[in-house]
Ligand binder design. Structure first.
Ligand code: NDP
Length: 284
C-alpha cells in the first residue's frame, strides 16, 4: 500500500490537525518506540499520548529516530490527573516536553475535568494551559472528557475556547450531548475508543456493511467517524492493523449505511469508560 493521504481538519485557532493518527494508550512503555516507528513507516504523522500512559519517552525516541521534519508531525499529550494545580501543571508540561524530546507539542489537553477534586476548580488549570500557548510551547490547547457544563464553564469564565474535546465516541456510544456542545462552541470532537476497543468487529450490522463495502468492520466504522467530522486515532500495536486502519480514503459509507451505524447507539449503556462527572482517579 502506498502512504495514505490523510486529510486535515481546521481548528478554531487557525491551525489544522490530521484527521487520523495513532493512539498509544496501553502500549507498554518498553514497546512504544518500536510501535510508533512502525506507525511512522506506515505513514502515520499524528500521535496521541498522555502523561498517564507512561510512554511519552518511547514516542519521543521514535520521533528522534525517524528524523522527519518537525512540521510533518502532530503530537498530542495530556495533563495527568495529579497535576491540576497551576504550578504542578507547568512543571508536568515541562517534563512532558523533556520526555518527548521536543521543544513544543502541537496539542496539550486536560485529560479529565475531575469536578469532584481540586474544589471543582478546573478553570485555573485551563487558564494555566492557556499560558502555555503564549510562548508557543503548546501550539494549541484543548480538553478531554469534558461534559457540556464543564465546557460552558471554562468558556464563560476564561473566554478561551478549546480547539478539541477528546471524548469516548463510537457506534455504541455516540455521545450526542457532548458532540452537540462541541459543535455549539466550534470545538472539534476527537473520538476515543473509535472502534469500541475492537468490539465493532462483533456487531452483525457492521459486519454486513463491511461485507457490502468490501472493507473490514474497523474500516467502515473509522470511515463513519471521518464522515461525521471526528478526529480518530485507533490504537494498535500490529503493523498490519496500522495499515488496515489507515486504508480509509478510497471509499465512503453511504447515507443509508451511516444511518444504520448511527442507529446502533445504546446511549449511556454503550459507554465503556468512566463517567467524567464522577471519575476521580489519581495515578500513584
Ligand atoms: P480503540 O477503539 O482504538 O481500540 C483499540 C483495540 O482494538 C485494541 O485492543 C486493538 O488491539 C484493537 N484493534 C485495533 N485495530 C483493530 C482492527 N483493525 N480490527 C480489530 N481490532 C483492532 O480503543 P482505545 O481505547 O485504544 O482508543 C484509541 C486511543 O484513544 C487511545 O490509544 C488513546 O490515544 C485515546 N484514548 C483517550 C482516552 C481519554 O481519556 N482521553 C481514553 C481512552 C483512549 P491490537 O493492539 O492488538 O491491534
Amino acid at each position: 500500500m502506498t502512504t495514505p493521504r490523510i486529510p486535515r481538519i481546521e481548528l478554531r485557532d487557525g491551525t489544522s490537525i490530521p484527521q487520523l493518527g495513532l493512539g498509544v494508550f496501553q502500549v507498554p512503555p518498553d514497546e512504544t518506540a518500536g510501535v510508533v516507528a512502525d506507525a511512522l513507516k506506515a505513514g502515520y504523522r499524528h500521535l496521541d499520548t498522555a502523561q498517564m500512559y507512561g510512554n511519552e519517552a518511547g514516542v519521543g525516541q521514535a520521533i528522534a529516530a525517524a528524523g522527519l521534519p518537525r512540521e510533518e508531525l502532530y503530537v498530542t499529550t495530556k495533563l495527568n490527573n495529579g497535576f491540576h494545580r497551576p504550578d504542578d501543571a507547568r512543571r508536568a508540561f515541562d517534563d512532558s516536553l523533556a520526555r518527548l524530546g521536543l521543544d513544543r507539542v502541537d496539542l496539550f489537553l486536560i485529560h479529565w475535568p475531575l469536578p469532584t477534586l481540586y474544589d471543582g476548580d478546573f478553570v485555573s488549570t485551563w487558564r494555566t494551559l492557556a499560558e502555555l500557548t503564549a510562548d508557543g510551547r503548546a501550539t494549541s490547547i484543548g480538553v478531554s472528557n469534558f461534559q457540556p457544563d464543564h465546557l460552558d464553564r471554562i468558556v464563560d469564565e476564561t473566554g478561551v475556547v478549546p480547539v478539541v474535546n477528546q471524548v469516548e465516541c463510537h457506534p455504541f456510544f455516540r455521545n450526542d450531548r457532548v458532540r452537540s456542545a462541541n459543535q455549539r462552541h466550534g470545538v472539534v470532537t476527537e473520538a476515543w475508543a473509535p472502534i469500541a476497543k475492537g468490539a465493532v468487529a462483533d456487531d452483525e450490522a457492521i459486519v454486513q456493511i463491511a461485507r457490502d463495502a468490501g472493507k473490514t468492520p474497523a474500516q467502515v466504522v473509522l470511515r463513519w467517524h471521518l464522515q461525521h467530522g471526528h478526529v480518530v486515532f485507533p490504537k494498535t500495536t500490529r503493523p498490519e492493523r496500522m495499515r488496515e486502519n489507515a486504508d480509509l480514503f478510497d471509499f465512503e459509507v453511504t447515507d443509508d449505511q451511516v444511518a444504520v451505524i448511527d442507529g446502533l447507539d445504546r446511549g449511556e449503556e454503550g459507554r465503556t469508560g468512566a463517567h467524567p462527572d464522577r471519575f476521580d482517579w489519581i495515578p500513584a
